[in-house]
Design a protein around this ligand. Sequence first.
Ligand SMILES: [Zn+2]
Length: 284
Amino acid sequence: MQSTRVSFPDGSLTGEGEVLIVDRDSSVLIVDATPFHPVDHTWPDQPGDSGTISLGGSRLEVSEAVMAAVDDEGALFVGGDIPAKRGAEGWTWLVAHRIAGDLPADVAVGAHAVMDVDADRRSALSRGHTACHLASLALDAAVADLWRKEIGIDPLGSPDFESRANQSSRIHLDGSVDEYRLGKSLRKAGFDSAGFADSFAEREARINEVLAGWVSSGGESRIEVDGPSIVDRRTWRCALPEGEVGFLCGGTHVRSLTEFSSITVSLDLSDPQLLVMTTTAAPA
Ligand SMILES: [Zn+2]
């Protein structure tokens, strides 16, 4: 068996394929190729796509696409039960479609599947994911002067607060919530947490100003792939007035920043050890 071929990186919402695995215990269907974006079990930032799969006479509701993996002895693991990191050697990596309710008795391996992703939900998740990345770049820039030591830089050349402090990222329809740890280890790395706490309203305003400028620039956004399968490396690239940015990303994205009417953030520091950044995208 080969890793699942995926077409979501180019924006596809429909596709056809052959059913490879029918697993009634976990109520999942696996097809050789799919347009469905699955939630990643290792870094579950973006929820999986939902939609429908039509097989012969039946039309099944896909509640969410998830990752699945088959080990070298042929055992199938689904979603959070997978005991290995995505892409690990010795596993075949697959996209599984979780079916709402029980699988009908006549669904069988070899059947021809016609797949349709819920387009409105995908668009809203893509806006949420692009907005999340833009907000994190704007945040890095807005706190750049608070670093007292050299650390690595982000794709725009700012000190990389995001990769130092981010502990979780949750993308939802038209937005995201990111949590950043501001504890002792960040201060040791040279970040002026007290200075941040004192100036945090100004910094929030600065992030929103930068985001407004990026949205009005209307640059192109796309996903570059190293190959056709779910485990091939993917890179999100986006044209900003400062230049093109890009970083590794497994999710889905808008095609252009003209798809937004605005992106705004609000910062919450009610726990001084934990910055929570809530990003809201408004569609154009
Ligand atoms: Zn991403």
